[in-house]
Design a protein around this ligand. Sequence first.
Ligand code: PLP
Length: 405
Amino acid sequence: AELWQEVPLAPPDSIFKLTAAYKADPFEKKVNLGVGAYRDDDNKPWVLPVVKKVTRILLNDETLDHEYLPITGLPEYTAAAAKLILGPSSIALTEGRTVSVQTISGTGANHLGALFLSRFYTWNGAPRIYLSNPTWANHHAIFKNVGIEPVEYPYYDPKTIGLDFEGFIGSLRAAPERSAFLLHACAHNPTGVDPTEEQWKVIAQVILEKKHYAFFDCAYQGFASGDLDKDAWAVRYFVELGVPLLVCQSFAKNAGLYGERVGALHVVSANSETATRVKSQLSVLQRSEISNPPSHGARLVSLILNDAGLFEEWKRDIRTMAERIIAMRHELHRLLTQELKTPGNWDHIVNQIGMFSFTGINPEQSKGLVEQAHIYLTANGRISMAGLNSHNIRYFAENLDKVVR
Ligand code: PLP
């Protein structure tokens, strides 16, 4: 028989399929709300001004070459990235018990973290990761790939279009001791629903009592609220409390460096001696997977993080993105509740945070938007706020109003 006869045809990635359908649509007023990348008010990708500036600096730097980076990445990048997420005065940094490895963006950080757990975590039973229901679809695939079984914990409550806090806490309590829980550090994808600080405190307490492991995924620091420190609050709180954890970090969204694949994995250990052993094994794993991470994006981010002036410029650019998205939330809310008097409560549109919003509409209504209005979104009713702008928001609101009536 011919080779690969037994290979089944896989379905296309649903988001990429949606984008292809959008691109092929000749309708003038079409809207793409599937995209997971920032767009400016003219629906264009945005190269951050600070990134343009540091790109020029790198181009003019005659001392740079194309040699390999160390296996764990550019040291001045990983050190600055750790300070950014953990906080410059974090006890996990001053005590030298954090290991930071440069990765292929946030996806690579999730993969390396998952791979490390699959090899070295002292599992209580079969290797399992608790994922929020729902979560970024790739989480399921990433953990399955390394032989860790994904199981779900309640997170989103369709009745309130908010957090199922009781369900979440119940699941933390019911899980066997030393279970691993994946937590979105901020701007939960796909729901836009985050725990409040008070709720995070309870979550952390139960995790600590049950000796669970916190696997933080942080893909939107700064992008969510516009404030880098605010969006890192949960991670820093868990570190202070002494919860065993790791953090996956991405500069795709907050620095607009999607295709450059700039990320890091930070593993916080109990002491520096453990950290040394953890680092040695992460190096072995990284070596067999990618040998050395790519240099360009790490150099860009390193310049930004290690220069006070450039850091301030970056913060301004982050606020530009976050504030535009927050403004779209308020305008959509205003159009629905005040102008169109759309039936139902729409407060979740302004209460949710980050790139995405769960509108609460059903698959039938989502389909209606795609087929009748050329507004492209996933069947679960998730919209990318970045796809809305001053030119298309009224068109979107009017059609959303139509499908829910
Ligand atoms: N984690 C979450 C929750 C995400 O939403 C994303 C991107 O959409 C990522 C991780 C990783 O993205 P990247 O690999 O581009 O950094």
